[in-house]
Design a protein around this ligand. Structure first.
Ligand SMILES: [Zn+2]
Ligand SMILES: [Zn+2]
Length: 147
């Protein structure tokens, strides 16, 4: 008769880890030949069931949502895709630059030399403001004086 603890060594999805099993593994780092054979035999005999267990386990595992360092969330199944995405890279860069993680160029705040500020996407509106036009005209006049 194979004990549940022994089976855990062979197939993790058979049981969830509990403290007694962890202790068992630490105390018994090597498996005996007889145990390995018994476990192989058990696996062959219950292959289908075990594979099904593994599939069920993967289904749940893949749905686990993880919070990324970039502040975004992804499921385990999408981890590879997320880590390679531009979205992740941009957010990480924003954080590194001390900006809001979700900041995109169009929503970035620009401090204008006229003393005003605007969102990049609204720059054309800003260039038409009295304050900005006055500033530009002043510069133009200064340049004329210098000539
Ligand atoms: Zn990320
Ligand atoms: Zn301006």
């Amino acid at each position: 008769m194979i004990q549940k603890e022994n089976l855990f060594l062979f197939h993790p999805s058979l049981s969830t880890i509990n403290e007694s099993e962890v202790v068992y593994i630490q105390k018994n780092p090597t498996r005996s030949e007889a145990l390995i054979r018994a476990q192989r035999k058990y696996y062959q005999k219950n292959k289908e069931k075990l594979t099904q267990n593994q599939l069920e386990y993967n289904k749940v595992y893949n749905k686990v949502v993880i919070s990324c360092a970039c502040g975004d969330k992804y499921t385990r199944a999408a981890k590879f895709h997320h880590m390679k995405s531009t979205r992740h890279a941009t957010r990480m860069q924003n954080i590194k630059d001390g900006k809001f993680a979700g900041e995109t160029k169009s929503l970035s705040r620009v401090n204008c030399s006229c003393g005003g500020h605007y969102l990049y996407k609204d720059r054309h509106q800003h260039f038409r403001t009295k304050k900005h036009i006055k500033y530009i005209n002043n510069i133009a006049q200064e340049e004329i004086k210098e000539i």
